[in-house]
Ligand binder design. Structure first.
Ligand code: PRX
Length: 660
């Protein structure tokens, strides 16, 4: 664990906290119509979650609100329900058959679909029947590796309809990363697509899936959706085209009823990076998760029955699971799903989408806002964005400049901006403004969501008073919280619960100001946050050392104006070899193959040696100083202080190259 003061983002954020004096109180008009009323903060814990559970339809009512035997929680004990029924069928039964569930915008121009709840039900029923035909039953584990096409949410819902737990692997992950996840979960079937579109290029999803399945012996069937129509390799007996199986199955919901699941049945696993090379399978279960995401979605985004809501994340990350698929659909909300990138074919693609579908709510990541900021406001100015009423951000600390730009240029200096803090593990948003109530401060996620008991602790586990920095903790359970790390109870205990008794250790630094508002200061562990993607330093290091030319590697995150953090790798080659531009490219490609392109280091500093303590531990703190171009801290514990001077020199050369 690195000390708090050296966490990559903290210096910047602390400075921000001291100088940021701008305040944005809610407008009276917004307040009048807001879903959240000030009394919400006074509602008692048990009553709150008991009342909010009415958003969800249970086939059999729960009998006990929750049980907390640290570190394990159960919620809505004894209840029976089905997530797909809640997200789709009940809306159709309640007369919303013709309401649009998703406006889907493909990346190629004029490639659009509009899917009503009635159509979504048919799609999901057919897909669920197809999965059954391929042997999927309640309890069968399914892998999903797809791009942002309508069949992705349909696949997730089809699994939940049958009671088959799934794991979605983001389409940017490599074959190796996909195989690792499917092996850990022991998936028996994989749903994928031929290829995806990205900036006009084809992403070879099926080819990656083929390579992954060679290493995943439990996977015996592969259901393939045709998206681009590109050629793909085929394994007879294993692979089936979705359009072939779908023709022969019924779309009648009565012929594929929603399986009643226990409140605590496994819903999905989502793998996320921790502080070792092996990603953790975060366990989410059924009832608490659904109540948590539906409730937060309702209050935080101020969603109305007529809302058109756009969360521009990828469904492969938790933001997409909770706030593109399960939360919004449980609330019967019309959503937008966009397949491609913001700059294809032009940099105004997003704003064209806003003008076309007129969303009133937009939810995205700071890194994307900074990208739009860099391109300039003229792209947004070309389009009518007046439908927007609420803006949201998630995934990393937002710098006040980006926050204010977002509000001014996208929100016409009128919309609230909700900076929402949460994690894959928390399942739902935990620290956030409530629009209509909260006075906003650019750069602050403001207050814990009602009932959430967040605090800032020092090293000893004492609460830090206002103004001080420390470790963010959560002291009471919440419905959508993780139920464990799949197959690894020890890691669950150690990572999150061992530090302070019965208290959830978040892994982020934070400060609370005089008004009780929270300022997130970035990670305090060896996890980097690059463009809102969570990547562990050790995962990248182990990818690098798996290259035959590499003797040793150490990785650190440095601040980056656009991506939040960028990855810097310090690499020693075998046989005392010097680095070369070719080697740099090879190593970046290699990390792309092992993890995914998004994890490839931005810079690689080749060095004859890494700075180590006398006991042989790599001093990452010094490497962070080097990569930030900061004066070097204490080097007296180094085995050979000359090493770090050499690295610093090389680091500067590398930085100068980049500037040039
Ligand atoms: O460091 C925090 C940062 O993202 C981490 C969680 O990453 P992940 O599990 O991938 O989930 C991202 C989407 C929910 C956190 O530990 N983070 C997330 N939201 C914020 C944030 N940091 C500051 N402000 C936020 N609003």
């Amino acid at each position: 664990m690195s000390e708090l003061s050296s966490s990559a983002a903290s210096g910047h954020a602390i400075e921000t906290l001291q100088i940021e004096k701008r305040r944005y109180p809610p407008s009276p008009d917004f307040t009048k119509q807001a879903n959240a009323r000030p009394e919400i903060y006074g509602r008692a814990f048990d009553q709150f979650w008991s009342d909010e559970s009415k958003r969800v339809t249970f086939f059999e009512p729960w009998t006990e609100l929750y049980e907390w035997k640290p570190p394990y929680a159960k919620w809505y004990i004894g209840g029976k329900l089905n997530v797909c029924y809640n997200c789709v069928d009940r809306h159709v039964e309640h007369g919303l058959k013709d309401k649009v569930a998703y406006f889907w915008e493909g990346e190629p121009e004029n490639d659009r679909r509009q899917i009503t709840f009635g159509e979504l039900q048919k799609d999901v029923v057919r897909l669920a029947n197809a999965l059954k035909k391929l042997g999927v039953k309640k309890g069968t584990h399914v892998g999903i590796y797809m791009g942002m096409i309508p069949e992705l949410p349909a696949a997730m819902l089809a699994c939940t309809r049958i009671g088959a737990p799934f794991t979605v692997v983001f389409g940017g992950f490599s074959a190796e990363a996909l195989a690792g996840r499917m092996n850990d979960m022991q998936c028996e079937l994989l749903i994928t697509q031929d290829e995806g579109w990205r900036r006009g290029n084809r992403v070879p999803l099926k080819a990656n899936a083929d390579a992954a399945m060679q290493e995943s012996p439990t996977v015996t069937r592969c259901l393939v959706v045709r998206r681009t129509g590109g050629d793909v390799a085929w394994t007879q007996g294993r692979d089936v085209w979705a359009h072939d199986v779908l023709k022969d199955v019924s779309d009648d919901p009565k012929e594929c009823p929603c399986e009643p699941m226990d409140s605590e049945d496994l819903l999905y696993l989502l793998y996320t990076s921790g502080t070792t090379a092996k990603p953790k399978g975060i366990v989410h279960t059924t009832a608490g998760y659904l109540v948590g995401v539906a409730t937060t979605h309702h209050y935080i985004f101020d969603v109305k029955p007529k809302s058109v809501y756009w969360c521009a994340a990828d469904i492969g990350w938790v933001t997409g699971h909770s706030y593109i698929v399960f939360g919004p659909l449980a609330n019967g909300t019309t959503g937008i799903v966009y397949e491609g990138t913001p700059d294809f074919p032009e940099k105004d693609r997003w704003w064209e989408i806003v003008e076309r579908y007129k969303p009133d709510i937009l939810y995205t990541a700071p890194t994307t806002i900074r990208t739009h900021m860099k391109w300039g406001p003229e792209y947004a100015e070309k389009h009518d964005l007046s439908s927007l009423r609420v803006l949201g951000t998630v995934g990393e600390p937002i710098n006040p400049e980006a926050w204010v730009w977002y509000r001014e240029h996208i929100g016409a200096n009128r919309t609230p901006v909700v900076d929402t803090w949460w994690q894959t593990e928390t399942g739902m948003i935990l620290i956030t403004p409530l629009p209509g109530i909260t006075t906003l401060k650019p750069g602050s996620a403001t207050k814990p969501f009602p009932t959430v008991d967040a605090a800032v602790y020092n090293e000893k586990g004492n609460e830090v008073p206002p103004g001080g920095g420390g470790y963010l903790v959560i002291r009471k359970p919440w419905p959508a919280m993780l139920r464990g790390v799949y197959g690894d109870p020890e890691r669950y205990q150690q990572t999150y619960w061992d530090r302070w008794k019965d208290t959830y250790f978040v892994g982020d630094g934070a400060r609370i100001d005089e008004d009780g508002d929270f300022w997130l200061l970035g990670r305090v562990d060896d996890v980097m946050n690059v463009s809102g993607h969570r990547i562990s330093t050790i995962e990248v290091e182990s990818a690098l050392v798996s290259h035959p030319a590499v003797a040793e590697a150490a990785v650190a995150g440095r601040n980056d104006a656009q991506t939040g953090q960028a990855i810097v790798a310090f690499v020693t080659l075998k046989g005392g070899k010097e680095g070369s531009p070719q080697m740099l490219k090879d190593l970046r490609d290699h990390v792309g193959r092992v993890i995914g392109k998004f994890a490839a280091p931005a810079n690689i500093v080749f060095t004859p040696e890494l700075p180590k303590t006398r006991s042989g531990k790599i001093m990452r703190r010094l490497l962070r100083d080097v990569s930030e171009n900061r004066p070097l801290g204490d080097t007296t514990t180094l085995a050979d202080p000359a090493v770090v001077a050499e690295i610093a020199k090389r680091g500067k050369e590398e930085a100068a190259k980049e500037e040039a």
